[in-house]
Design a protein around this ligand. Structure first.
Ligand SMILES: Nc1ncnc2c1ncn2[C@@H]1O[C@H](COP(=O)(O)OP(=O)(O)O)[C@@H](O)[C@H]1O
Ligand SMILES: [Mg+2]
Length: 328
């Protein structure tokens, strides 16, 4: 794929003025057009919605021609072949990888949710290290982008995990780009710019840790709920489409809130409600169990609901074992 193919000026309907307006809003390529979607493109470039729809459809068509996106109608066996070739990134724990069907999928949105201390941030750190290994060792020889909304990214933790797993920690740190998001609007801006950074850094993994904390803090009370859900909805769809057009794994974390109406079972639910549930391709619920952590595949189009055990130690995320020191 030549880069010119993806340039905005080579797409039908994009003149120099539209191009400048789009670029001002962080839409640089045909890939960005395809993942941002028509209503926002119309808003960004001050275009009629019908014109924006046409432009986004043209972008989609181009990506189909280039083999980046699927045709609208495609035979199931072709899809099956394509799925067998999907790249995956190991989490660092073979138990967790098995639960996920071989690791975190590229071209999909994977959500880890659980209470404070359940291991969400540790998984994110470890994934950024694992992504750097060659394919035979569970990685994609790729760099990562880490969007940190809770100020919990720790380079020293990343360096420690990299070193003990046999990577040069300095090199490993250079292959992770961090963006701190200070509020929800800033977080949305960062995601708009992500396409450019993914290309620049050849990243195959994008982490959003965590996805809805800012929305939760900023939108208080029932009156703001609809607005909040709409913003979260738009944000999640950006992420999902981005994972497809850039063929990268997008991993996001989510807190749980207590659901007092649940009498039997676990009285916690992911924050963000139904919007998140319907957007993530895979959802994994994490919980603490004495010294270990339990991960459960909650919502997947192809995996059974199943649980597994992992631990956190100096290797980041690991399988429980006699000689692997476990934390609590
Ligand atoms: N270097 C480490 N070695 C072993 N365990 C660690 C290390 N760093 C953090 N942990 C474990 O990770 C837990 C925090 O998990 P974290 O992923 O940050 O939670 P959250 O789900 O809130 O993001 C700590 O309570 C600790 O048990
Ligand atoms: Mg965390």
């Amino acid at each position: 794929m030549a880069d010119e193919d993806l340039q905005l000026e080579n797409l039908a309907g994009v003149g120099p003025i539209t191009k400048t307006r789009l670029e001002e809003k962080g839409i640089y390529t045909v890939l960005d057009l395809a993942y941002i979607g028509a209503s926002e493109v119309a808003e960004a470039a001050n275009l009629d919605l019908s014109k924006a729809i046409e432009m986004c459809n043209n972008a989609r068509k181009k990506l189909v021609d280039l083999g980046i996106l699927e045709n609208d109608f495609v035979s199931a066996d072709q899809l099956y072949k394509k799925r067998l070739e999907i790249d995956r990134i190991s989490t660092g724990s073979s138990n967790l990888d098995d639960l996920l069907g071989g690791g975190i999928e590229t071209g999909a949105l994977t959500e880890f949710y659980g209470e404070f201390g359940s291991g969400k941030t540790q998984i994110c750190h470890c994934l950024c290290v694992m992504a750097q290994f060659p394919k035979e060792q569970g990685g994609l020889n790729a760099s990562s982008i880490y969007v940190d909304t809770e100020n919990t990214f720790r380079p020293e933790r990343l360096a420690g995990v990299a070193e003990i797993r046999g990577l040069d920690p300095d090199v490993a740190l250079r292959r992770v780009t961090v963006a701190k998001a200070y509020n929800s609007a800033h977080q949305e801006l960062i995601v708009r710019e992500l396409g450019r950074v993914i290309k620049e850094k050849s990243a195959r993994l994008v982490i959003i840790d965590s996805a809805v904390a800012h929305y939760r803090a900023e939108f208080l009370g029932r009156a703001t709920l609809a607005d909040r859900q709409q913003r979260i909805n738009r944000f999640m769809h950006h992420l999902l489409r981005m994972s497809e057009v850039y063929e990268c794994a997008v991993v996001m974390t989510n807190q749980v809130q207590s659901a007092p109406d649940v009498i039997f079972g676990d009285p916690t639910r992911p924050v963000g409600g139904h919007v998140l549930g319907h957007t993530s391709t895979y959802r994994i619920y994490l919980r603490k169990a004495s010294k270990n952590r339990i991960a459960k595949m909650v919502d997947s189009p192809s995996h059974p609901e199943r649980e597994t055990v992992f631990v956190m130690n100096e290797r980041g995320v690991d399988d429980p074992g006699e000689d692997s020191p476990v934390t609590q």
